[in-house]
Design a protein around this ligand. Sequence first.
Ligand code: HEM
Length: 162
Amino acid sequence: MMREVLLVIHILLGIMWAGGIMFVGWGVYPVTLKMPLENQRKFLIQLMKWTHHLFTLIGSLVIFTGFLLGTVFGPIKSWEALFYSTYGHLWLTAFFLGIFALLWGIFVGYRGMMRLFLDDFVWIEAVNGNKEPLMRGLFRLTVMESMEVIGFIALVVIMVLL
Ligand code: HEM
């Protein structure tokens, strides 16, 4: 019973974490491209400040519930089970992949976004007609965020194999 409840919570949080980040990237961000530049900038800064804390919290809880599901409520009760079983290997991979995706989101994704959104030069250039630096910055962010999405896809594959 406890395990089922925890699994439901884990799955819901996992959906929110991966789906939320993809929705911001594919659902919200493209709409900001239709806004006047100054509004786009202000909106993206506020959006990132708000969602960053939310996603960090949700991601941490996904990893924490995943940890419990594999150990306290799962088959990993010894170091042998962790290191010498397929389940242990898959779980360990998911555990580190989850931590990697979370840290990537905080230190590469969020930091990179705030650096670009707070960079006066890039935005003043864009308002004055030179959109090149802004476009290059936004493209770099897209590539960095794609890394996180690839991590989520890998995680879901591991979840199915577990
Ligand atoms: C994007 C992130 C994640 C999503 C969307 C996700 C989703 C899921 C889903 C749908 C299941 C049910 C699978 C099944 O019963 O066949 C599951 C189970 C599980 N997940 Fe995750 N998960 C995520 C991250 C993680 C992480 C980081 C860990 C860390 C160790 C983890 C550990 C587990 C464990 C131990 C189970 C139970 C598997 C079992 O014994 O049947 N998950 N997860």
